[in-house]
Design a protein around this ligand. Structure first.
Ligand SMILES: [Zn+2]
Length: 412
């Protein structure tokens, strides 16, 4: 995501998770911006409140009764702000997942445990110090993760190697590196995310961006050569028998000339058709769905790089890696264009309906310092619910499915 803190509708800061060292930088960055600050610290609240003229919303924590994870979106609704027009700044890694699921861009501050990041929930930026934070507010940065920006074919940020294991045979594992993130079609950010758009174009068989994709691959191949080990062979997840191999033309582009001699796209074959992974449900089902569907040439040796477009569960790619290992590969490293990001259930508060047919929204009584649920059809309908009754009802309504069990690729 190419968030620009100068350009967002609303900056939300979870101050409770952020070291006070960042306060002066935050204060400068937030000047003249519409912001929502979350803090349970009265002194800190006063500090920001006194120094910022444009704090449009201010949340007190309602004696511990307010839950940012559940109540954030209703607050945005009340403020007529779309989640994807906001940026959320936090110092807590666990916030990243929930913010993602709300389709909000996220900046992670001072995250020391970078290797622990979940590939399904990559932050837009990971900021280590005050200087980087100040930069974020003043410049049009192009994304924390190493995402290829398709307009100028550059990428910024940190490359990261992940370990990925076969869901059934977990002694088969591989290093994974990807060129950026992919947003699913239920996520409004897909419309403005260049890599997501580009992959959609690629998957439909349009070759106009092949040069950029070959650049993405060459950059990732360089990283693997320099940080993992020498590459002996390069191959790709084979298409289904009825489909053309979309990776083949990429290796005719100039960026991949240096790797052409290591390329062999005939190593792996698809034995038979299999159901679309999106249609079979859970990650375990996906692994079973592709079990035995691939075979490989025998007598493979050395370090094999396996290319795929999007890593979701990793089932298809890991099944191919397993077949490579079974046929002699010493090491398999996977390079994907992108890692699929969180899948939101998108139900939110639509389900919490008033008898009159309109939905309930979370409201605040600033005099009492308490929250309650009120019908959005007010003043025509004056129905309200206490905060706790609404909370219990809401939790019953949104029995959230794990996103991994949902059908993810609706359009492919
Ligand atoms: Zn009503």
């Amino acid at each position: 995501m190419y968030i620009q803190c100068n350009n967002t509708e609303l900056v939300i800061v979870n101050l409770d998770t952020i070291n006070v060292n960042f306060d002066s930088t935050l204060l400068r960055g937030l000047k003249e911006k519409k912001c929502l600050l979350i803090s349970s610290d009265i002194k800190r609240r006063s500090y920001f409140k006194e120094n910022l003229s444009d704090v449009k919303i201010w949340i007190d924590l309602f004696n511990g009764d307010f839950d940012i994870r559940r109540d954030l979106v209703s607050l945005l609704n009340d403020n007529h702000t779309n989640p994807y027009e906001c940026v959320f700044i936090t110092g807590e890694k666990r916030d990243v997942e929930f913010v993602h699921q709300k389709h909000i861009s996220v900046v992670l501050l001072n995250n020391e445990d970078k290797d622990g990041d979940d590939r399904h929930f990559m932050p837009d930026f990971s900021v280590d110090n005050e200087n980087e934070l100040a930069q974020l507010f003043s410049q049009d940065l192009k994304g924390y993760f190493n995402e290829i920006v398709f307009k100028d074919e550059s990428g910024t940020g940190i490359f990261k190697l992940f370990k990925i294991k076969h869901s059934i045979f977990d002694d088969f594992e591989a290093d994974l590196i990807f060129g950026g993130r992919f947003f699913v079609d239920t996520d409004p950010r897909r419309y403005i995310h260049p890599l997501t758009q580009a992959i959609r174009v690629f998957k439909f068989g349009n070759k106009k961006l092949n040069n950029s994709f070959s650049l993405l691959l060459s950059k990732n191949l360089n990283i693997v050569e320099n940080n993992v080990e020498n590459i002996d062979l390069i191959t790709a997840v084979p298409p289904k028998p009825s489909k053309e191999n979309l990776f083949k033309p990429l290796f005719q582009e100039s960026h991949l000339v240096d790797y052409a001699s290591k390329l062999d796209l005939d190593i792996l074959r698809t034995n038979m058709e299999y159901k679309p992974q999106k249609s079979v449900g859970s990650f375990a089902n996906r692994a079973i769905n592709v079990l035995g569907k691939f075979s490989s040439r025998e007598n493979i040796h050395g370090h094999v790089v396996l290319i795929d477009d999007i890593v979701t569960s990793g089932s298809t790619t890991l099944e191919c890696a397993k077949v490579l290992y079974e046929n002699g590969a010493d090491k398999v490293t996977i390079i994907c264009f992108a890692a699929q990001q969180s899948h939101s259930q998108g139900k939110e508060l639509e389900e919490l309906k008033c008898d009159c047919g309109h939905k309930y929204r979370l409201r605040f009584n600033y005099d009492k310092g308490s929250a309650f649920w009120g019908c959005s059809n007010y003043p025509t309908c004056k129905n309200t619910m206490t905060y706790n009754i609404g909370k219990v009802t809401y939790n019953e309504l949104i029995q959230l499915d794990d996103f991994r069990n949902d059908n993810i690729f609706n359009i492919f």
